[in-house]
Design a binder for this molecule. Structure first.
Ligand code: TXA
Ligand code: MG
Length: 346
């Protein structure tokens, strides 16, 4: 990647001793700069959400299509009033239950929210991250922070600051070097603008958990189900409602194949194919989680993909998780894309 500026690296693992750095990062944000920061889900690439020029820089740094809207991060519930006038009761309850946390909600946007931030949509996605560094940065900056995942568009989302460095060093102002992310996959995106809350992107926060707060009122974007590879071919599927869900995503450099079936069969087949392919000179990497280790899988998946690239693996064999479990489904939603829907049933 071309280095066009100096990216400052600030260690923020001890927040108290990093006060000056945090202040500097916040003031760069206010001045329209780009600051990568840790959240509990994945690292975000932040800019002042109310500043069109700043939001535009995010798209340039990531190589992101300009119709893919950004998530706006806030630190206090009151700040929501800067972004929307319409907060349904169900959203108020969900906020109480799950903010700060891995839940993004979509609202009608106020006119003052720039089109650049929302990819031209008249709605805005908002979340309050559950990470002390993220919250301190937002508070200190005094602005809502638009932040997509801090990776180059198309690459696996970053769960460690080192991943951000690999992708964006030399093109952004600051990387806050926090801890590795606790969750490991991006937030659940929930559309609150319709009659019934609709999950547009699955995450660690499940429809079951949401339903407990909304008297059972929650549905999945039908596109999520139709995109299950076994149902129909990808070409025949309708476009998902979250623009970001339609792009090629999370792709490692290696070819990737998912093996789906009974856990011990999958294990055997992976071993067999690995030996066969190695004989033919391939460098094979394996991604295989415990049968019911859904949260661990969410935590490790993106970082394992990046490790495969670093180790110059050219074929990844990955064991499918059960998508009947909601967290398993959230991980599989990413895994299917990483593998370009390349699946072998065993
Ligand atoms: O966990 C996360 O959500 C992370 C951290 C940094 O907070 N952020 C993140 O942002 O994953 P990003 O930009 O990589 O993904 C945002 C997703 C995309 O699929 C986008 O299309 C969708 O949210 N989205 C954003 N605003 C939307 C809107 N107004 N309507 C529908 N979908 C929207
Ligand atoms: Mg992303």
């Amino acid at each position: 990647m071309e280095i066009i500026m100096e990216t400052k690296l600030f260690d923020v693992t001890d927040l108290e001793s990093a006060e000056a750095q945090l202040k500097e990062a916040a003031s760069l944000l206010r001045a329209g700069g780009l600051v990568a920061f840790p959240t509990e889900t994945v690292y975000g690439l932040g800019a002042d959400a109310m500043n069109s020029k700043a939001a535009e820089k995010i798209y340039a740094a990531k190589g992101r299509p300009s119709d893919n809207p950004l998530i706006v991060h806030i630190a206090e519930e009151e700040d929501l009033a800067r972004l929307t006038d319409v907060v349904p009761d169900a959203a108020k309850k969900l906020m109480k239950a799950f903010w700060p946390g891995p839940l993004t909600m979509i609202f009608q946007k106020k006119e003052t929210v720039p089109d650049k931030t929302t990819g031209g949509l008249d709605t805005v996605a908002v979340r309050m991250p559950d990470n002390p560094v993220a919250l301190a940065l937002i508070r200190e900056s005094g602005c809502p922070i638009a932040a997509p995942s801090a990776n180059l568009s198309g690459k696996p989302s970053p769960t460690k600051w080192e991943h951000v460095y690999q992708d964006l060093n030399g093109t952004i102002d600051v990387i806050l070097q926090g801890e590795p992310c606790r969750v490991g996959i991006e937030s659940t995106v929930l559309d609150m603008t319709g009659e019934i809350p609709m999950v547009l992107r699955p995450g660690i926060l499940t429809p079951e958990q949401i339903g407990r707060v909304t008297e059972g009122k929650v549905v999945l974007d039908p596109a999520l189900l139709i995109h299950r590879p076994r149902d129909v071919s990808e070409e025949a599927a309708p476009a998902p409602k979250a623009p970001g869900m339609k792009y090629k995503h999370y792709a490692p450099k290696a070819e990737m194949i998912i093996l789906q079936g009974e856990h011990s069969r999958v294990k055997e087949e992976i071993k067999r194919i690995k030996e066969e392919k190695e004989k033919q000179g391939s460098k094979v990497g394996i991604i295989l989680f415990e049968e019911n280790g859904f949260e661990q899988a969410a935590h490790d998946f993106f970082s394992q993909l990046r490790e495969m690239d670093e180790n110059h693996v050219n074929l990844i064999l990955a064991g499918a998780l059960s998508d009947k479990n909601s967290v398993g489904f959230a991980v599989m939603n990413r895994m299917w894309k990483s593998a370009g829907y390349h699946i072998i049933h065993v």
